[in-house]
Design a protein around this ligand. Structure first.
Ligand code: 13P
Ligand code: SF4
Length: 354
């Protein structure tokens, strides 16, 4: 990266000192990760966001929903900055609050809303987290989805259901792979069709109502890529993120959040071969960090998460230098009512065991 920009980022960080706290998601570019005080998966970053109540500014190098969650979890006086407002998440955009409210109304008409508990993936807008809090549900991330889903199914009681938003794959994988549930118990709610494209009977019979959302990056890892890796690399271990499709997850040796992927590879002996199914910035960094292992990207035609990549060094420098000049640019602030109920749902997650 541009040495001039690196110097400017260093100088701005030094000038801000303890007034600044920089968080970086594992999918961020190397040039940005270099300036993060803490790196992590979305669960770790949600916990870390509240770890420095003395910092005036939290600069979040990640995507919009993560910065919103950080704003909800940090003290009121702290200001959260997202260096590029265009850093969204295509999955989070697949569930709009009006669609979710509509879905809930239709579940009520079908007579199942009373026994349905919403479980919402972190990758969602604050408005949907707030909906979840108001309706007795919890947030989950890819590292605690199993615990969150077990909790919700217990809350729902016998014959009860979970509405899982917005990632159908994480919902399905957690139910079927982690909890041993049957795929036939899952139905997919399509927000663009009347009654989600389902009949009342299908809704009544289902245990998992999965929102029709997916990650545009992880959805592209294929069964063929897993088979090719097994053919081409002797003794390869396939490790994938649970946002991958169920067929892919079923064929993998290990499945986990970004933090788990890193820890698993870090703990493996030299000479281990890995085909990794998650975002490319992280896979490249792992390959550089563990040269004694063979680490390859699982699918040749999958690219970076384009929205994670919006945060680059020029945007970071601009955000930091603006703060040095006393200007808070790109502040992410969630309105009080939304934040209240979203916090209820996030606190439920943070209180889950483990
Ligand atoms: P993690 O929770 O594993 O960090 O994943 C977040 C994400 O956006 C995956 O696509
Ligand atoms: Fe969203 Fe997928 Fe990018 Fe994660 S990798 S931020 S889920 S689009």
């Amino acid at each position: 990266s541009d040495p001039g920009l690196v110097e400017r980022a260093r100088a701005a960080k030094a000038a801000l000192g303890d007034r600044l706290f920089v968080l970086g998601h594992h999918y961020q570019r190397d040039e940005v990760i270099e300036f993060a005080d803490v790196t992590g998966d979305s669960f770790k970053l949600a916990k870390e966001a509240a770890a420095r109540p003395d910092a005036e500014y939290v600069v979040f190098c990640g995507v919009h929903f993560m910065a919103e969650s950080a704003d909800i979890l940090t003290a009121d006086a702290q200001q959260v900055v997202l260096p590029d407002l265009a850093a969204g998440c295509s999955m989070a955009d697949m569930a709009a609050i009006d669609q979710v409210e509509d879905c809930w109304e239709q579940l009520a008409e079908a007579g199942v809303a009373d026994t349905t508990v919403p479980v919402t993936y972190m990758n969602s807008s604050a408005a949907i987290k707030s909906f979840t809090g108001r309706h007795g549900g919890t947030i989950c991330t890819s590292s605690n989805a199993r615990t969150a889903l077990s909790w919700a199914l217990e809350q729902a009681g016998d014959g009860g259901k979970v509405l899982f938003l917005p990632d159908q794959h994480l919902g399905r994988n957690t139910y079927a792979r982690d909890l041993g549930g049957a795929l036939e118990d899952c139905v997919v709610w399509d927000p663009h069709r009347p009654m989600g494209g389902l009949t009342v009977e299908q809704l009544r019979d289902a245990t998992m109502i999965l929102w029709r959302g997916h990650c545009s990056v992880h959805g592209r890892f294929s069964v063929e890529a897993v088979e090719a890796a097994r053919r081409e690399i002797p003794d390869v271990k396939v490790i994938v993120h649970p946002e991958c499709r169920n067929e892919v997850v079923e064929l993998a040796d290990e499945v986990g959040s970004t933090e788990k992927i890193i820890k698993t590879i870090a703990a493996a002996p030299a000479g281990t071969s890995w085909a990794v199914g998650t975002e490319l910035n992280l896979v490249r960094r792992l390959a550089a960090q563990f040269p004694e292992q063979r680490i390859v990207f699982l699918e040749k035609n999958v690219c970076y998460c384009s929205t994670m990549n919006r945060i680059d060094l020029p945007h970071l420098v601009w955000a930091l230098e603006s703060l040095v000049d006393g200007r808070v640019v790109n502040e992410i602030r969630v309105d009080e009512d939304t934040a209240h109920w979203a916090r209820v749902a996030l606190d439920r997650m943070l209180a889950l065991p483990g």
